[in-house]
Design a protein around this ligand. Structure first.
Ligand code: NAG
Ligand code: NAG
Ligand code: NAG
Ligand code: NAG
Length: 567
């Protein structure tokens, strides 16, 4: 076991020559956080978007995964460099309620499981953690995340340490063998108290994925309300985050009976959304139809909470990062479109490169993990690019608020339709460099402040900008069940859809692909989403080397000076 230090990222040379434009998150957030209708905001009322990654610490060893692979501080810095501002940090209830578990040292915990290699790895990478107790090791991770300006949401993931979650694992609902409601409230209280005053801890997820044969609506109200009150009185600073029923997919009961709490401004709901939540539907069905149906279900069972004035935290979603799982790939494009459209707060599953021990397997590789096996690099940089738009706030209150406009977002790449210059065809580019579009009642897509509208030219040809916008080829309709095809009619009457030329990234129009029925074809390249934006892109995130290359005198639309974030 050597000193597995990570080498410099291979993408560094790329970074040196390119500034990355992002939508402004505004100044450093003022913690604690509050809610303002469906938005999470800081003390000054500025929106703070949770762009989190889940970091598991609830499996049998009860130690944050990865500490045998890389130094804690390197992992925290990696999280920041990948664009996340927050970690949903999981813990098993018994860590807070069983003192003989909580007081085991990290070394003892691995020893009892026979994980000698993990001990050797921690000895190398995080020697100071090895003889801390499990609860101290948990606190050390929280504290290091805080030192790196990463917000933390403590997630009570399960009771008995181990992989989660199945319907019959006896950890699923109040009254299950390992889920005594009184013990749960005691554990929540202890955890909330322990982190009272730790400003990095901004919220607690009270219980992950309620599920199983015992679940009832009446028990949900009885215990979730008590749990919420207990957490709030132990720690009035944190957001109280509540799961729905049926693996965090169902909140419809709230339509009939509102939740009743003594406090306001702190309540958030969390939902989970995976491809496999719908079996193999994505792979076996037509992606437009599945996206329309499944996204519609999500809005009906959970998304309606936004309209009721609550933030909805999509606290688990994720895909196989290797890109070979058709079910996951089709889901991902649809999901990214929905998350951008509603500008949801979210947490990706998962940070993990590999697990110390999962379901009996030592060192199991996590194909849904954002880090690779040695916890050094992103498993898949194209995935990071795809989710980068979701990492910045597009809407919401605060000083960066601007007049509303639209971007034309392409979920398959994470890029937007942009005009690089007057003389070049429209291309895919960074969404923060996008012109401000409007989508008019006449179904024209117009660049605000100009007469220029998007027009189709011919099949397979670049789309263009024109000034006579009355023709059929200037009317764009959100077609198909997914509403993600943008179709128009050529002068000869043929219908075409907006698309991307794979090699040049030029915006073209091609025959609309697999609008319905066909389950063999993937329409991802033709999927665009017209997304509402009410914030100005005015931050450039860049390595220090590029500062001299930035445009001078650049002003944000709202009149703020450009701010430069060093990476
Ligand atoms: C508490 O933790 C210890 C150490 O893991 C374990 O042996 C014991 O069974 C646990 N007690 C309960 C009540 O879960
Ligand atoms: C939590 O911390 C606040 C200060 O931030 C303090 O006023 C309060 O008494 C603490 N609550 C408990 C239950 O310790
Ligand atoms: C990354 O994801 C893309 C798209 O899903 C896939 O084509 C590619 O093979 C993946 N790369 C790696 C290294 O897994
Ligand atoms: C986008 O904005 C339009 C009006 O500008 C509004 O009707 C629509 O509901 C908004 N969509 C979302 C998802 O917020």
């Amino acid at each position: 076991m050597g000193h597995n230090r990570c080498s410099l990222p291979t993408s560094l040379s790329f970074l040196i020559f390119s500034a990355i434009y992002v939508f402004s998150q505004g100044p450093a957030m003022g913690l604690p956080l509050y809610t303002n209708s469906r938005w999470i905001v800081d003390e000054d009322g500025n929106r703070v978007k949770l762009a989190c990654v889940n970091w598991p610490s609830h499996l049998e060893p009860v130690v944050a995964e990865g500490l045998s692979k890389q130094p804690l501080n390197s992992i925290s810095k990696k999280i920041v460099s990948m664009g996340f501002n927050c970690v949903r940090f999981t813990w098993p209830l018994f860590l807070a309620t069983n003192n003989s578990l909580a007081s085991l040292t990290v070394r003892q915990s691995f020893q009892r499981l026979g994980l000698v290699e993990a001990i050797a790895g921690i000895q190398v990478n995080n020697p100071s953690v090895l003889d801390l107790s499990l609860i101290q090791a948990f606190q050390v991770v929280v504290s290091n995340l805080g030192d790196n300006n990463v917000m933390v949401i403590l997630d009570n993931h399960i009771s008995k340490p181990g992989w989660c979650c199945s319907r019959n694992d006896e950890n699923g609902f109040f009254g299950d063998r390992y889920f005594d409601p009184e013990l749960w409230i005691k554990g929540l209280t202890r955890m909330a108290t322990l982190f009272n005053g730790t400003s990095a801890v901004v919220g607690m997820s009270l219980r992950n994925e309620l599920r199983g044969p015992k679940q009832t609506v009446s028990a949900w109200y009885r215990y979730m309300q008590r749990g919420a009150e207990a957490v709030h009185s132990a720690n009035p600073n944190i957001l109280v985050i509540l799961s729905g029923l049926n693996f965090d997919k169902d909140f419809t009961f709230l339509l009939n009976q509102p939740i009743s709490l003594t406090f306001t401004g702190k309540l958030v709901f969390e939902a989970h959304w995976y491809a496999f939540s719908d079996g193999q539907s994505w792979a076996t069905g037509n992606p437009n139809q599945v996206c329309g149906t499944v996204a519609g279900n999500l809005m009906r069972t959970a998304g309606f909470l936004l309209d009721k004035g609550y933030p909805l935290f999509l606290s688990e979603w994720g895909v196989d990062q290797r890109g070979a799982n058709v079910n996951d790939n089709r889901f991902l494009n649809c999901m990214i479109g929905v998350a951008a459209e509603f500008d949801l707060d979210w947490a990706l599953w998962t940070l993990t490169g590999n697990y110390y021990l999962r379901e009996g397997v030592i060192g199991m590789d996590e194909t849904y993990g954002i880090l690779n096996w040695d916890w050094c690099d992103a498993r898949n940089s194209s995935f990071l690019q795809k989710i980068s738009v979701l990492q910045s706030p597009l809407q919401g209150p605060g000083i960066s608020e601007s007049r509303p406009f639209k971007i034309i977002f392409h979920p398959a790449t994470g890029l937007c339709v942009v005009r690089k210059s007057l003389f070049e065809p429209l291309q895919l580019g960074s969404c923060a460099e996008s012109d401000q579009w409007s989508y008019t009642p006449q179904e024209n897509l117009v660049i605000k402040g100009t007469y220029l509208c998007l027009q189709a030219n011919d099949v397979g040809k670049p789309a263009k900008l024109g000034v006579i916008c009355t023709g059929s080829n200037s009317k764009w309709v959100e077609t198909s069940d997914s509403k993600m095809h943008l179709s128009t009619s050529l002068e000869n009457g043929n219908t075409v859809c907006l698309d991307v030329d794979d090699s040049t990234k030029t915006i073209v129009t091609t025959p609309c692909a697999c609008l319905k029925r066909d389950n063999q074809c993937d329409p991802g390249s033709q999927w665009f989403k017209i997304v509402n934006v009410t914030r100005t892109p005015c931050t450039i995130k860049t390595p220090a080397q590029t500062i001299g290359l930035l445009p001078e005198g650049y002003l944000c639309q709202s009149g703020e000076q450009l701010s430069i974030q060093n990476m």
